[in-house]
Write a protein that binds this ligand. Structure first.
Ligand SMILES: N[C@@H](CCC(=O)N[C@@H](CS)C(=O)NCC(=O)O)C(=O)O
Length: 79
């Protein structure tokens, strides 16, 4: 069962590169707050984390940043 405290939280998969930071900045500029509205999941692209099968399900082209919004169309998660 979904945790009611985290069911609306956006999962952000990123790394502190300019492309990674732009999603962090966008979320904060839009009023989404870290650890309240979004959670950071580090993907160390120097270590090859972007090729992990679990991450490739979210980002098939092995690129960060990627997000999972739990409230996509019809209330289903979308990445
Ligand atoms: N079009 C993407 C580009 C994302 C991108 O190039 N990400 C790089 C890091 S900045 C990446 O994930 N590289 C890992 C790889 O190619 O294996 C965007 O605008 O965010």
């Amino acid at each position: 069962m979904a945790n009611p405290k985290t069911k609306n939280v956006i999962d952000v998969y990123s790394w502190p590169t300019p492309n990674g930071h732009k999603i962090h900045i966008m979320l904060e500029e839009c009023g989404y707050r870290l650890n309240r509205d979004w959670i950071a999941h580090p993907i160390d692209i120097g270590a090859g984390d972007q090729f992990a099968p679990a991450f490739l399900k979210i980002s098939p082209n092995n690129k960060i940043p990627a997000i999972v919004d739990p409230n996509g169309q019809d209330g289903k998660p979308i990445s």
